[in-house]
Ligand binder design. Structure first.
Ligand code: NAD
Ligand code: DAU
Length: 336
């Protein structure tokens, strides 16, 4: 029986991953290690809370003793925990360096001591920087992170590379494009815009709205991370993407249409400083070597995601009360 330490399993992708693993593999136990920042939410795990193969441990990856204690009996590590939002990293990069760099280093030391069979670093395509009008990020693209968030993730990736090279840690790194789906915190574009529009509130489009992202359903990303864990070669990097490039303004207008709302709810706001223009992923290595491919068509995934946010208004309302309002006003000013 594999006993997998999943860090950040109460966040958006981590909670979808824990659910996927528990429901598809009866021979796996999950130790879900998460300190429950603003983005961590036990409500994301309500349906697996009583599963006897799931143990939730509240702990911080920057605390060496807590990490060591959680690592006892663990065979594998899958590392999602991070500060994940670019705009927050522009407001204050401190927590990003602490969690994403120092936290990863502490986890790597503990994984080494525990002699795990596999360590998976869940990284991001943002470490590659920004593309022009053409071309795709491959695993060979040089790292050129542009935001404090992506710089901290690139720092973590380089530590993973070094622990594999120097100590032989059997580590695999994954780099995925923009995820969407259920349980995503409403600070990221899709859940922010959907939840605002459901409440007839305006949606803040940065700059000219012509920045391009490559959208992938969270379950496709989770399947990719699982494949990298099971099949990935130590020392290798695998890119995942949805082959679904779209300018932000086109996506915004699609959301307005699907929700039956007027274009007058679009509010153009000041651009994000250092805003990356285009991300697009070449995921052919993962397809070839891991037998993975993105399966969820964007139109179906997006419609289901909108339905999920409509059906889970209480989950959204709980998040949008309290500290979220402060963040929102600091980032966007008063609501229009
Ligand atoms: P999220 O912000 O929704 O969740 C992060 C989780 O990590 C939360 O549960 C939080 O409580 C936990 N956490 C944060 N700091 C911690 C600490 N010090 N100790 C323990 N737990 C801590 O993030 P997400 O969108 O689910 O992203 C998960 C991972 O996937 C991140 O590493 C991110 O860089 C990567 N990623 C995200 C995307 C995306 O589109 N969201 C795409 C590619 C890669
Ligand atoms: O590419 C993978 C990355 O995708 C992950 O590593 C990050 O954790 C995740 O947050 C995401 O980063 P982005 O910055 O691309 O995602 P975000 O949802 O914040 O923004 C998507 C695009 O929408 C981006 O071009 C900025 C724009 N945007 C975003 C927000 C929140 C707006 O125009 N208005 C907004 O209010």
């Amino acid at each position: 029986m594999a006993r997998v330490l999943v860090t950040g399993g109460a966040g958006f992708i981590g909670s979808n991953f824990v659910r996927l693993l528990l429901t598809t593999d009866p021979a796996v136990e999950v130790v879900n290690f998460d300190c429950l920042t603003y983005a961590g939410n036990l409500a994301n795990l309500a349906d697996v809370a009583d599963n006897p193969r799931h143990a939730f441990v509240r702990g911080d990856i920057t605390d060496r003793e807590q990490v060591r204690a959680a690592m006892r009996g663990v065979t594998d590590v899958i590392h999602f925990a991070a500060e994940s939002h670019v705009d927050r990293s522009i407001q204050d990069s401190g927590p990003f360096v602490r969690t994403n760099v120092t936290g990863t280093q502490i986890l790597l030391d503990a994984a080494r001591e525990a002699k795990v069979s596999k360590y998976v670093q869940v990284s991001t395509d943002e470490v590659y920087g920004s593309l022009g009008a053409t071309g795709l990020f491959t695993e060979e693209t040089p790292l050129q992170p542009n935001s404090p968030y992506s710089a901290s993730k690139a720092g973590a990736d380089l530590l993973v590379r070094a622990y594999h090279h120097t100590f032989g840690l059997p580590a695999v790194t994954t780099r995925c494009s923009n995820n969407y789906g259920p349980y995503q915190f409403p600070e990221k574009l899709i859940p922010l815009f959907v939840s605002n529009l459901l409440a007839d509130e305006s949606v803040p489009v940065y700059g000219d709205g012509m920045q391009i992202r490559d959208w992938i359903h969270v379950l496709d990303h989770c399947r990719g991370v699982e494949a990298a864990w099971r099949e990935g070669m130590p020392g290798e990097v695998y890119n995942f993407g949805g082959r679904c490039e779209m300018p932000n303004i086109e996506l915004t207008k699609l959301l307005l249409k699907l929700l039956g709302k007027p274009d007058s709810l679009i509010r153009y706001v000041k651009d994000r400083p250092g805003h990356d223009r285009r991300y697009a992923i070449d995921c052919s290595k993962a397809e070839r070597d891991l037998g993975w491919t993105p399966r969820v068509p964007f139109d179906r995934g997006l419609a289901e995601t909108i339905d999920w946010y409509r059906a889970n208004a209480a989950w959204v309302a709980e998040i949008k009360s309290g500290a979220y309002r402060e963040y929102y006003e600091k980032q966007y000013g008063k609501l229009a």
